[in-house]
Design a protein around this ligand. Structure first.
Ligand SMILES: NC(=O)c1ccc[n+]([C@@H]2O[C@H](COP(=O)([O-])OP(=O)(O)OC[C@H]3O[C@@H](n4cnc5c(N)ncnc54)[C@H](OP(=O)(O)O)[C@@H]3O)[C@@H](O)[C@H]2O)c1
Length: 240
Protein backbone atom coordinates (compact mmCIF):
# COMPACT_ATOMS: atom_id res chain seq x y z
CA UNK A 1 0.00 0.00 0.00
CA UNK A 2 1.17 3.52 -0.77
CA UNK A 3 2.53 5.53 2.14
CA UNK A 4 0.26 8.36 3.23
CA UNK A 5 1.51 11.95 3.21
CA UNK A 6 -0.20 14.95 4.80
CA UNK A 7 0.81 18.37 3.48
CA UNK A 8 -0.48 21.39 5.42
CA UNK A 9 -1.18 24.40 3.25
CA UNK A 10 -0.98 21.85 0.47
CA UNK A 11 -3.48 23.43 -1.91
CA UNK A 12 -1.57 26.54 -3.01
CA UNK A 13 1.95 27.81 -3.65
CA UNK A 14 4.86 25.74 -2.42
CA UNK A 15 2.50 23.32 -0.66
CA UNK A 16 0.62 22.58 -3.87
CA UNK A 17 3.90 21.80 -5.63
CA UNK A 18 4.87 19.50 -2.72
CA UNK A 19 1.51 17.71 -2.84
CA UNK A 20 1.85 17.13 -6.59
CA UNK A 21 5.47 15.96 -6.33
CA UNK A 22 4.59 13.46 -3.59
CA UNK A 23 1.64 12.16 -5.58
CA UNK A 24 3.90 11.76 -8.62
CA UNK A 25 6.35 9.83 -6.41
CA UNK A 26 3.59 7.34 -5.55
CA UNK A 27 2.34 8.53 -2.16
CA UNK A 28 -1.32 8.84 -1.18
CA UNK A 29 -1.48 12.58 -0.48
CA UNK A 30 -3.88 14.65 1.63
CA UNK A 31 -3.70 18.42 1.25
CA UNK A 32 -4.84 20.61 4.12
CA UNK A 33 -5.85 24.26 3.66
CA UNK A 34 -7.23 27.08 5.81
CA UNK A 35 -10.24 28.63 4.11
CA UNK A 36 -9.72 29.41 0.42
CA UNK A 37 -12.32 26.90 -0.81
CA UNK A 38 -12.15 28.06 -4.44
CA UNK A 39 -8.40 27.49 -4.66
CA UNK A 40 -8.67 24.16 -2.82
CA UNK A 41 -11.48 22.87 -5.01
CA UNK A 42 -9.65 23.94 -8.19
CA UNK A 43 -6.53 22.16 -6.90
CA UNK A 44 -8.54 19.01 -6.15
CA UNK A 45 -10.19 19.06 -9.58
CA UNK A 46 -6.80 19.52 -11.28
CA UNK A 47 -4.85 16.92 -9.31
CA UNK A 48 -7.33 14.46 -7.84
CA UNK A 49 -5.68 15.04 -4.45
CA UNK A 50 -8.25 15.20 -1.62
CA UNK A 51 -8.36 18.46 0.32
CA UNK A 52 -9.15 18.96 4.01
CA UNK A 53 -10.03 22.27 5.63
CA UNK A 54 -8.76 23.02 9.11
CA UNK A 55 -6.78 25.69 10.91
CA UNK A 56 -3.29 24.55 11.89
CA UNK A 57 -3.34 27.07 14.74
CA UNK A 58 -6.04 25.00 16.48
CA UNK A 59 -4.82 21.80 18.14
CA UNK A 60 -8.20 20.08 18.31
CA UNK A 61 -8.88 20.82 14.62
CA UNK A 62 -5.48 19.36 13.70
CA UNK A 63 -6.15 16.24 15.75
CA UNK A 64 -9.58 15.74 14.20
CA UNK A 65 -8.23 16.53 10.73
CA UNK A 66 -5.42 13.99 11.00
CA UNK A 67 -7.91 11.39 12.25
CA UNK A 68 -10.14 12.06 9.25
CA UNK A 69 -7.22 11.71 6.83
CA UNK A 70 -6.25 8.42 8.51
CA UNK A 71 -9.84 7.16 8.27
CA UNK A 72 -9.90 8.01 4.56
CA UNK A 73 -6.39 7.08 3.45
CA UNK A 74 -4.69 5.09 6.22
CA UNK A 75 -2.02 5.87 8.82
CA UNK A 76 -0.03 9.04 8.14
CA UNK A 77 3.62 8.14 7.48
CA UNK A 78 4.78 11.51 6.20
CA UNK A 79 3.87 14.97 7.42
CA UNK A 80 4.97 18.16 5.71
CA UNK A 81 4.31 21.20 7.91
CA UNK A 82 4.18 23.84 5.22
CA UNK A 83 1.27 26.13 6.13
CA UNK A 84 2.51 29.60 6.94
CA UNK A 85 1.58 33.27 6.91
CA UNK A 86 3.28 36.65 7.12
CA UNK A 87 2.11 39.73 9.04
CA UNK A 88 5.03 42.05 8.33
CA UNK A 89 5.74 45.30 10.16
CA UNK A 90 8.84 46.99 11.54
CA UNK A 91 9.23 45.97 15.17
CA UNK A 92 8.23 49.38 16.56
CA UNK A 93 4.96 49.14 14.65
CA UNK A 94 4.31 45.41 15.06
CA UNK A 95 1.16 44.79 17.07
CA UNK A 96 0.78 41.99 19.60
CA UNK A 97 -1.93 40.63 17.30
CA UNK A 98 0.50 40.45 14.35
CA UNK A 99 3.01 38.70 16.60
CA UNK A 100 0.42 36.25 17.94
CA UNK A 101 -1.13 35.34 14.57
CA UNK A 102 2.23 34.40 13.07
CA UNK A 103 3.39 32.48 16.15
CA UNK A 104 0.08 30.61 16.35
CA UNK A 105 0.08 29.59 12.67
CA UNK A 106 3.74 29.11 11.81
CA UNK A 107 5.18 27.80 15.07
CA UNK A 108 2.40 26.37 17.23
CA UNK A 109 0.92 25.13 13.95
CA UNK A 110 3.94 22.86 13.51
CA UNK A 111 3.46 21.41 17.01
CA UNK A 112 -0.26 20.98 16.32
CA UNK A 113 0.43 19.25 13.00
CA UNK A 114 3.13 16.83 14.09
CA UNK A 115 2.02 16.01 17.64
CA UNK A 116 -1.15 14.04 16.76
CA UNK A 117 0.65 11.83 14.21
CA UNK A 118 3.87 11.29 16.18
CA UNK A 119 2.67 8.40 18.39
CA UNK A 120 1.56 6.40 15.32
CA UNK A 121 4.91 6.95 13.64
CA UNK A 122 6.68 5.74 16.80
CA UNK A 123 4.49 2.64 17.00
CA UNK A 124 5.00 1.74 13.32
CA UNK A 125 8.74 2.54 13.55
CA UNK A 126 8.64 4.77 10.50
CA UNK A 127 8.01 8.43 9.94
CA UNK A 128 9.09 11.43 7.93
CA UNK A 129 8.60 14.98 9.19
CA UNK A 130 9.55 17.93 6.99
CA UNK A 131 9.02 21.50 8.14
CA UNK A 132 9.13 24.36 5.65
CA UNK A 133 11.22 27.06 7.32
CA UNK A 134 12.71 30.06 5.47
CA UNK A 135 15.95 31.83 4.64
CA UNK A 136 14.58 34.61 6.82
CA UNK A 137 14.59 32.26 9.81
CA UNK A 138 18.29 31.72 9.18
CA UNK A 139 19.36 35.33 8.63
CA UNK A 140 16.55 37.46 10.09
CA UNK A 141 14.69 40.07 8.04
CA UNK A 142 13.60 43.68 8.40
CA UNK A 143 9.91 43.85 9.41
CA UNK A 144 9.76 40.12 10.10
CA UNK A 145 10.61 39.70 13.79
CA UNK A 146 7.52 37.53 14.17
CA UNK A 147 8.05 35.48 11.01
CA UNK A 148 11.83 35.04 11.50
CA UNK A 149 11.24 33.87 15.09
CA UNK A 150 8.88 31.14 13.88
CA UNK A 151 11.12 30.03 11.05
CA UNK A 152 14.20 29.87 13.31
CA UNK A 153 12.00 27.92 15.72
CA UNK A 154 11.27 25.36 13.00
CA UNK A 155 14.96 24.49 12.90
CA UNK A 156 15.01 23.95 16.67
CA UNK A 157 11.93 21.76 16.37
CA UNK A 158 13.39 19.42 13.75
CA UNK A 159 16.77 19.17 15.49
CA UNK A 160 15.00 18.11 18.68
CA UNK A 161 12.50 15.79 16.99
CA UNK A 162 15.37 14.16 15.09
CA UNK A 163 17.00 13.15 18.37
CA UNK A 164 13.72 11.87 19.80
CA UNK A 165 12.63 9.99 16.68
CA UNK A 166 15.87 8.52 15.35
CA UNK A 167 15.62 5.21 17.22
CA UNK A 168 12.01 4.85 16.08
CA UNK A 169 12.85 5.20 12.39
CA UNK A 170 11.55 8.76 12.20
CA UNK A 171 13.44 11.58 10.54
CA UNK A 172 12.69 15.28 10.93
CA UNK A 173 14.26 17.86 8.67
CA UNK A 174 13.71 21.45 7.57
CA UNK A 175 13.79 23.03 4.15
CA UNK A 176 14.68 26.71 4.08
CA UNK A 177 13.45 28.24 0.83
CA UNK A 178 14.77 31.55 -0.35
CA UNK A 179 12.32 33.76 -2.21
CA UNK A 180 9.96 31.62 -4.27
CA UNK A 181 7.51 32.83 -6.91
CA UNK A 182 4.26 32.18 -5.03
CA UNK A 183 1.32 34.46 -4.23
CA UNK A 184 3.01 35.29 -0.90
CA UNK A 185 5.95 36.85 -2.73
CA UNK A 186 4.12 38.08 -5.85
CA UNK A 187 1.83 40.08 -3.49
CA UNK A 188 4.65 42.43 -2.47
CA UNK A 189 4.98 45.65 -4.52
CA UNK A 190 6.92 45.19 -7.77
CA UNK A 191 9.71 47.57 -6.67
CA UNK A 192 10.23 45.57 -3.48
CA UNK A 193 10.25 42.34 -5.49
CA UNK A 194 12.89 43.77 -7.84
CA UNK A 195 15.05 44.73 -4.88
CA UNK A 196 14.66 41.20 -3.50
CA UNK A 197 15.75 39.64 -6.82
CA UNK A 198 18.76 41.97 -6.89
CA UNK A 199 19.97 40.30 -3.66
CA UNK A 200 19.79 36.77 -5.11
CA UNK A 201 23.03 35.73 -6.85
CA UNK A 202 21.00 33.38 -9.08
CA UNK A 203 19.24 36.51 -10.40
CA UNK A 204 15.76 35.03 -10.12
CA UNK A 205 13.10 33.82 -7.73
CA UNK A 206 12.94 30.10 -7.03
CA UNK A 207 10.14 27.91 -8.35
CA UNK A 208 7.83 26.00 -5.97
CA UNK A 209 8.84 22.76 -7.73
CA UNK A 210 12.46 23.35 -6.66
CA UNK A 211 11.35 23.19 -3.03
CA UNK A 212 9.05 20.24 -3.70
CA UNK A 213 11.97 18.21 -5.03
CA UNK A 214 13.88 18.78 -1.77
CA UNK A 215 10.89 17.49 0.18
CA UNK A 216 10.40 14.47 -2.09
CA UNK A 217 14.02 13.50 -1.43
CA UNK A 218 13.83 14.01 2.34
CA UNK A 219 10.76 11.78 2.70
CA UNK A 220 12.19 8.99 0.57
CA UNK A 221 13.81 5.82 1.92
CA UNK A 222 17.08 7.06 0.41
CA UNK A 223 17.17 9.90 2.98
CA UNK A 224 16.88 7.68 6.06
CA UNK A 225 20.22 8.80 7.54
CA UNK A 226 19.50 12.51 7.01
CA UNK A 227 17.97 13.63 10.29
CA UNK A 228 17.83 17.04 11.94
CA UNK A 229 19.21 18.70 8.82
CA UNK A 230 18.33 21.87 7.04
CA UNK A 231 18.37 22.09 3.26
CA UNK A 232 18.82 25.65 2.04
CA UNK A 233 17.37 26.32 -1.42
CA UNK A 234 17.87 30.02 -2.02
CA UNK A 235 19.92 30.67 -5.18
CA UNK A 236 23.07 31.39 -3.08
CA UNK A 237 21.41 34.27 -1.21
CA UNK A 238 22.55 33.01 2.19
CA UNK A 239 24.66 30.13 3.47
CA UNK A 240 22.78 28.93 6.53
N1 LIG B 1 7.01 31.99 -0.94
C1 LIG B 1 8.23 32.14 -0.46
O1 LIG B 1 9.07 32.85 -1.03
C2 LIG B 1 8.63 31.44 0.80
C3 LIG B 1 9.97 31.54 1.19
C4 LIG B 1 10.37 30.88 2.33
C5 LIG B 1 9.48 30.13 3.06
N2 LIG B 1 8.18 30.06 2.65
C6 LIG B 1 7.27 29.26 3.46
O2 LIG B 1 6.69 28.27 2.65
C7 LIG B 1 5.37 27.97 3.13
C8 LIG B 1 4.38 28.12 1.99
O3 LIG B 1 4.44 29.46 1.51
P1 LIG B 1 3.66 29.89 0.18
O4 LIG B 1 4.39 31.07 -0.34
O5 LIG B 1 3.44 28.73 -0.70
O6 LIG B 1 2.27 30.41 0.82
P2 LIG B 1 0.86 30.69 0.11
O7 LIG B 1 1.01 30.67 -1.37
O8 LIG B 1 0.35 31.91 0.79
O9 LIG B 1 0.00 29.42 0.55
C9 LIG B 1 -0.22 29.21 1.90
C10 LIG B 1 -0.94 27.89 2.12
O10 LIG B 1 -1.03 27.69 3.54
C11 LIG B 1 -2.39 27.59 3.90
N3 LIG B 1 -2.59 28.14 5.24
C12 LIG B 1 -2.32 29.40 5.68
N4 LIG B 1 -2.68 29.52 6.98
C13 LIG B 1 -3.19 28.33 7.35
C14 LIG B 1 -3.77 27.82 8.54
N5 LIG B 1 -3.88 28.59 9.65
N6 LIG B 1 -4.23 26.54 8.56
C15 LIG B 1 -4.12 25.75 7.47
N7 LIG B 1 -3.58 26.16 6.30
C16 LIG B 1 -3.13 27.44 6.25
C17 LIG B 1 -3.16 28.32 2.83
O11 LIG B 1 -4.53 27.88 2.80
P3 LIG B 1 -5.66 28.78 2.02
O12 LIG B 1 -5.41 28.56 0.56
O13 LIG B 1 -6.94 28.21 2.51
O14 LIG B 1 -5.42 30.20 2.44
C18 LIG B 1 -2.36 27.90 1.60
O15 LIG B 1 -2.71 26.60 1.20
C19 LIG B 1 5.12 28.92 4.29
O16 LIG B 1 5.40 28.29 5.51
C20 LIG B 1 6.11 30.03 4.05
O17 LIG B 1 6.46 30.70 5.23
C21 LIG B 1 7.73 30.71 1.54
Amino acid sequence: MARVALVTGGSRGIGAAISKALKAAGYAVAANYAGNDDAANAFKAETGIPVYKWNVADYEECKAGAAQVEADLGPIDIVVANAGITRDAPFHKMTPEQWRQVIDTNLTGVFNTVHPVWPGMRERKFGRVVVISSVNGQKGQFAQVNYAATKAGDIGIVRSLAQEGARAGITANAVCPGYIATEMVMAVPEKVRESIIAQIPAGRLGEPEEIARCVAFLVSDDAGFINGSTISANGAQFFG
